[in-house]
Design a protein around this ligand. Sequence first.
Ligand code: F0G
Length: 461
Amino acid sequence: MYYQTAEPFKIKVVEQIKKSTKRERQQWLKEAGYNAFRLKAEQVYIDCITDSGTSAMSDKQWAAMMIGDESYAGCKSFYNLETSVQDVFGMPYVQPTHQGRAADYIMTRIYAKPKKYAIGNMHFDTFRGNAEVLGALPVDYVVDEGLNSVGNTGYPFKGNIDLNKMQNLINEKGAENISVVIVTVTCNNNGGQPVSMQNLREVSKLAKKYNIPVVIDSARLAENAYFIKTREKGYENKSIKEITREMFSYCETATMSSKKDGLVNIGGLFVTKNKDVFAMANQLAIVHEGFITYGGMSGRDMEALAVGLQEATSEDYLEYRIQQVKYLGDQLLKRNVPIIEPTGGHGVYVDGRRFFENIPQCEFPSQRLVVAMFEEAGVRCVELGACAFGSKDSDGNPIWPALELMRIALPRRVYTNSHLDVIANVCGDIYKNRNSFSGLKLVYEGPITALRHFTAGFELL
Ligand code: F0G
């Protein structure tokens, strides 16, 4: 065991990636309006735009796909998935959906209410979008440490909900005006930061006191469980599944984008303990997704997910996964690149404000870094800052977000540490020359500000 610290797999199938010249990449950037979402994947050398749906599947998952049962109703693949989900979540009722946002939609219809608050640590865009369409009021109550992007204060669970903020809202608005609490594990918007078991327990206790239901958005449930095992006292000797089951003992319902810790390319889940909620979820699934026993997934995709959930909750895999993210973080720190510390579960988040101190937030420093990373090396990352999370007040004046980040998301089981060295080298070199860069001007945004990052166009200043 002492020497056996390498990746817990060997590579059986490979996909070629293409090299390109800087001149080609400059042209492609121009054509894409300096928006990484508008690049063609073929133009990318190392793709870190997301960890979602980009996992490499195992031989066992591919084998399982061959026995997918594509019957419309009651297919065997659903029951295999149901058994695997019950094992990991410890919850009885399972409704598959085509991906996470569909589960979000169903959950929003059931739990969010117009003009009522939905408390979260940091709500993910797809819930926020669904909630806003419904007229609900999503609020982000992550602990203050979760918004600190400077240095490492040693705080291990920067995804926790601030219980005081939660209690104050209850006191101020009345419990009847709060329809749901949603805890996202890990917290995607501030670095893939984990939520502790203690926080889940206390949030659940406080919510129960006022009869407010708790939902867990569990896209990265296994990564969160690994952090609990390695950082929280009392959990070091528990298995990952004992931890996930305890996590879900503190909620009524969970949604999941299985494109993350499900280790598959498509799929989602709505899982609950409440029979009445399940009946309603079934109806909404039939209208929007598909019949109850497939909900927008093919039988083969459900088979792959049933196996993927088991692989993702294996400790060997999680140790490799979390260590790989940390490896990239350490390489960047060695090159003085300002990142969110400690590193979280699914990527490394660079602080755009501290990186480009000479570029104001209205000139999109993190997006400028996305552009530079692609121009220099063909590495594609994603902005989570002024463009993605910026909003406007009722007079149309811009409101800039608290965090200004570039996320380097790591697909699961896809890249080796040599790929990560490329990323660290290019980012380190850009940092050395940081004073020679100027910002960007936003020249196009679509009709919905909350979604503008997907289609925005920029010009170099
Ligand atoms: N919840 C969280 C926490 C997510 O990170 C995502 C997706 C979703 C829900 C929606 O799931 O994509 O399957 O519909 N996050 C991706 C990302 C897109 O890049 O972080 P989906």
